[in-house]
Ligand binder design. Structure first.
Ligand code: NI
Length: 164
């Protein structure tokens, strides 16, 4: 079982490296990530969250199959935006409304090395943008205004100290 990495681990701030060769070990990692995401009741998980600085994320949004994205790139985002509450398996217990584009186009490779392009909207688009951020060392609270971010992180730190 893969172990999750939690904020404020510095690893979460690092940029992930592209996959050079989609081989059996990469496919295995991607499948293990799907298992870990399900175990944690998440709807998305990036490789950095299990300690691997590799450009892979997985999603499983309600009503959709599990999807694997290797070397993903968002090639277009809609001008129209919406506000949805986000959380993150690496920052347990805190949630906040975040404004993002409400649709995006993503190109990636699957675990068998086949390229694909997907036009996503709704919750799937939201998760894809959140997970792609992880590959660039960005966390969802980075999208918030400073005051709101500080309050959220104060709450997170207090809860962590209580649990420690
Ligand atoms: Ni996250």
């Amino acid at each position: 079982m893969l172990n999750l990495v939690y904020h404020p681990d510095e690893l979460l701030r690092k940029e992930s490296e592209p996959v050079k060769n989609i081989d059996g070990s990469i496919a295995g990692l991607a499948r293990e990530m799907v298992e870990a995401m399900r175990e944690e009741h998440g709807i998305g998980l990036a490789a950095v969250q299990v300690g691997r600085l590799t450009r892979i994320f997985v999603t499983e949004v309600g009503g959709d199959d599990a999807r694997i994205f290797i070397n993903p790139e968002i090639t277009a985002t809609s001008d129209s935006q919406n506000t949805i509450e986000e959380g993150c398996l690496s920052i347990p217990g805190i949630y906040s409304d975040v404004k993002r584009s409400d649709a995006c186009t993503v190109s990636a490779w699957d675990e068998q090395g086949r390229p694909f392009t997907l036009e996503a909207d709704g919750m799937l688009a939201r998760v894809i943008m959140h997970e792609l951020d992880h590959l660039n060392g960005v966390l969802f609270f980075d999208h918030l205004r400073a005051g709101r971010r500080r309050r959220l992180l104060d709450r997170y730190e207090k809860a962590r100290q209580k649990d420690a």
